[in-house]
Design a protein around this ligand. Structure first.
Ligand SMILES: C[C@H](O)[C@H](O)[C@H]1CNC2=NC(N)=NC(=O)C2=N1
Length: 97
């Protein structure tokens, strides 16, 4: 298991303000993004792909038409780390929040 900094729960408060939710077992963040149409949704995913590669940290996501349902967790750590909070922040930015 790769050591990664555990997440300070205080880091999550701003994310709750932009619609992120904690998954029941508290080991992941979840959010559904809604866009004008499929092209906007896919453009968002393309922007996020760049960020994910830059962080070497990748979302679990499901796209149907103009929605993108996202789940963030750190697989190597078996739970939430600072990488999840950072990717969530970058996803909000990429969505124009
Ligand atoms: C070797 C390992 O797959 C890499 O370090 C990265 C790739 N992207 C990743 N993404 C996520 N969400 N969790 C990881 O542990 C992770 N590991």
């Amino acid at each position: 298991m790769t050591e990664r900094p555990k997440l300070d729960r205080a880091d999550l408060l701003p994310l709750f303000g932009t619609g992120w939710k904690m998954e029941a077992q508290a080991d992941a963040l979840e959010k559904t993004f809604l866009f004008k149409d499929f092209k906007q949704a896919f453009a968002f995913m393309t922007r996020v792909a760049e960020e994910a590669e830059a962080l070497n940290h990748h979302p679990e996501w499901f796209n149907v038409y103009r929605t993108v349902k996202v789940r963030l967790t750190t697989h190597d750590a078996g739970g939430l780390t600072t990488l999840d909070a950072e990717l969530a922040r970058r996803m909000d930015k990429a969505a124009g929040y």
